[in-house]
Design a protein around this ligand. Sequence first.
Ligand SMILES: [Zn+2]
Length: 328
Amino acid sequence: MPSSTTASDGLSHRRGSTTTTLLPTGDDMEPKVLAVKEGHHIRLLTWDNLPAWQRDNTFILTGYRRASSSYRASLASLTYLHNETVNIWSHLLGALFFLLVGAAGAYAAVFLEHEIAPRYATASLADVLVFACFFAGAVACLGMSATYHALSNHSRAVARWGNKLDYAGIVVLIVGSYVPALYYGFWCHPELMTMYQSTITLLGFGCGMTAWLERFRTPPWRPLRAAMFVGLGLSGIVPVLHGLKLYGREALERRMSLSWVVGHGALYVTGAFIYAVRWPERSFPRRFDIWGSSHQIFHFFVVAAAATHFVGMGKAFDYHHGGMAAEC
Ligand SMILES: [Zn+2]
């Protein structure tokens, strides 16, 4: 492997005891040396050098990892900078966060119910289960996404499989988020709660299939696929409108943290929109290849949406178990 690097190489590294990082900067696209070290050389690729199976976003021109054919080599790419670094770490850290919070919540519910707050004494197994759905959805989604992005340079077969898991994870997170929202929102109408939870689960299953079946996975179907996910997200509007009719806005705010649920939906839709239009890299070639591309922004919106939903569900839990809830 030659050690010299030109602007067309985009971004290169030397690894080992030291690292060289070259980034294209400014309009002249001259590489800028960020660090110079010695050791094993890793050269990142440009769009033009990629095999067809690694090509996805035509507006990301530099910073691609070479196909590795090795899980170990792909995982080792967590230690240096390339155009998937932010995608990997944003969801890896998000998954760890929700795993820790979920584990802490489970511990508190089981061992500390009387010490930390009397409201835990009235919590039931159903409360634990609906929160478990949310945490399982969040950890599965973010964990699978991080795994996919880490291994996406392994080989065509692994990238394909990982991409399907990535989309399936988003569906699991959306459905897992709706379960507690519908549980607390329709606390006094268990038959409606079950009906909406079943419907959303079925819709999620259908949406997952569009991610899984090959014919929907080609670029021409991208807008439809994005629309399906937005549709799944927006499908929650029906039970929310139903809840508004039954209880009114203020009561629904207390019962299911309406504003937090709406905020969580708005974050998803905004993130999905940015993902679909591939901005800002579309308008600023090369500037956002490593930091700030649309997919990375989308990742942060997903984490923010999940966090927003968690806060809302915590408030709904407090309302129903804090002795302030209205009689059914
Ligand atoms: Zn992603």
